[in-house]
Design a protein around this ligand. Structure first.
Ligand SMILES: Nc1nc2c(ncn2[C@@H]2O[C@H](COP(=O)(O)OP(=O)(O)OP(=O)(O)O)[C@@H](O)[C@H]2O)c(=O)[nH]1
Length: 467
């Protein structure tokens, strides 16, 4: 039973409210750098600068090492799942790293040609934003074949394309348009635009898996970093903040990649906790019903293995087990019990006269009559043919004779409704034995009951013999 329903909550309403709250939290978190951007934009002197080449080189070296590492982990995920999204993510990280590394490498050239230093930043972000958008558009597409995954030509072609971009940016930096704001702004604005499109596609497509949420947060941060780069000037605080926001986006996305690597190596097939819990609950229900089914089958098998199929009475094997258990109990608690050995009289004649089928029905009817005459904890067993035994726990010989007489009389006066015979003369002979009095092993008490049954037959049948 649903626990929340038990304590009187309205689970659906609360679920909805908490889901909306969680969505607001994620959106708030993704957009939080906007607050910092606005703060710097309105309250900081844009002329304030922190120009430290060594620090910049150090930071870009860190970013490059991280970029290569994340490229490698995404590539491993792609090799495993073949997801096109992961291929584009790998290419996005690789392209970014191969272009952005020159932004760090040319830090020292900032005073020689500022554009050679600056333009690699927006170029790398634009390339990555485009590749990530293509990646999103390929979300949930059929995985690449194993041969496609390891085809070196694809990867070499892309590496060549990134190196061409590197050369193109250098050419642009030395061209007459290098200083034109349109060049830098079109690249940074392009990165911002592609990030915005990426987010819109995600929101409209209602792509909500946990990894894709991480993907969305990082895209929002990349977009905001481009905005900060547009508003900043080289080395001023907005410019540094832009770096930090971009790094934040990169960290979060690489966290998602590492999570994928540790689980399904896929962005599409990773389950969120809610789904996991639901799947687990469903699996538990299935296991539970399979167990119940197994229990039922076991009970059925046990029943079949211990019952005579014709009459439903216990079979010989089961009866012997019960008598053994009764002997152990009687010995332990110093109790007594009795046995009846029963054999239908002249049963062959019934078979011969009315046929085997009627004989079967008589056997069934006899077991029913017996069961009606005994106590709930006594048991009837078919030992073979038309021979039966009754176990009477905690009964003396006298009580056993009384019960035996009841069975004998009921058999004699039995009317077998199911059998279409005008008058069926059916009688039973019974021998009685008592544990303790006639012996204390199964052999001795069985033998005593059998001997008395034999005597009952000799004495004219249809009687109960006790001694
Ligand atoms: N219909 C039917 N008959 C059975 C079954 N098992 C044994 N019989 C018959 O039971 C009869 C037993 O015959 P006998 O052992 O001669 O004993 P009886 O005719 O009952 O004579 P007494 O025991 O001496 O009174 C045989 O005809 C068997 O074929 C069974 O499952 N169904």
């Amino acid at each position: 039973m649903d626990m929340s329903a038990k304590i009187g909550e309205r689970p659906e309403a609360i679920r909805r409210v908490t889901k909306i709250y969680a969505a607001f939290l994620i959106a708030g978190f993704a957009l939080s750098p906007a607050f910092l951007i606005a703060y710097l934009y309105f309250f900081q002197d844009p002329a304030l600068k922190f120009e430290n080449h060594l620090f910049h080189e150090f930071a870009i070296t860190g970013a490059t090492i991280e970029g290569l590492f994340v490229t490698y982990v995404s590539w491993r995920c792609y090799l495993s799942s073949g997801e096109p999204l992961l291929r584009w993510l790998t290419l996005g990280f690789l392209g970014f790293t191969l272009i952005y590394v020159l932004h760090g490498a040319f830090t020292g050239m900032a005073h020689h040609n500022i554009w050679l230093f600056l333009l690699y930043g927006p170029a790398s972000r634009l390339a990555m934003a485009i590749l990530l958008l293509i990646g999103l558009l390929s979300f949930n597409q059929e995985p690449d074949t194993p041969a496609q995954r390891v085809n070196p030509h694809t990867w070499l072609a892309w590496i060549a394309a990134f190196l061409v971009i590197d050369v193109a940016v250098a050419v642009a930096a030395y061209s007459p348009f290098a200083g034109s704001p349109a060049l830098r702004l079109s690249m940074e604005g392009g990165a911002l635009m592609f990030s915005a499109i990426n987010l819109s596609v995600m929101l409209m497509g209602r792509i909500r898996s946990p990894l894709m949420t991480i993907f969305g947060i990082s895209i929002a941060l990349f977009g905001l970093s481009s905005l900060a780069f547009i508003l900043g000037k080289p080395w001023n605080h907005m410019w540094w903040l832009a770096h930090a926001i971009f790094a934040g986006g990169f960290f979060i996305l690489s966290y998602g990649i590492v999570k994928a690597f540790h689980t399904t190596r896929s962005f599409a097939n990773i389950y969120n906790q809610e789904e996991m819990v639901n799947r687990l609950a469903m699996a538990m229900v299935r296991t539970e019903s399979a167990l119940q089914e197994l229990q039922r089958s076991n009970q059925m098998l046990e029943h079949l293995a211990s019952t005579d199929p014709l009459t439903g009475a216990a079979n010989r094997r089961h009866f012997i087990e019960r008598v053994d258990a009764e002997i152990a109990r009687a010995k332990r608690d110093n109790l007594s019990f009795a046995l009846l050995a029963l054999d239908l009289d002249n049963f062959k004649a019934i078979n011969d006269r009315y046929g085997h089928q009627v004989g079967d029905q008589v056997l069934q009817g006899f077991v029913q009559k017996c069961t009606e005459q005994i106590r709930p904890y006594d048991s009837v067993a078919r030992m073979g043919g038309e021979e039966f035994m009754v176990l009477l726990p905690q009964a003396t010989q006298e009580l056993a004779v009384t019960i035996g007489e009841r069975i004998r009389e009921a058999t004699e006066s039995a009317v077998f409704d199911s059998i279409v015979i005008p008058k069926l003369a059916l009688t039973v002979s019974i021998g009685v034995s008592q544990f303790g009095l006639d012996g204390s092993t199964i052999d001795t008490i069985f033998r005593a009951a059998d001997e008395r049954l034999y005597r009952a037959k000799n004495q004219g049948r249809n009687c109960v013999i006790m001694e």
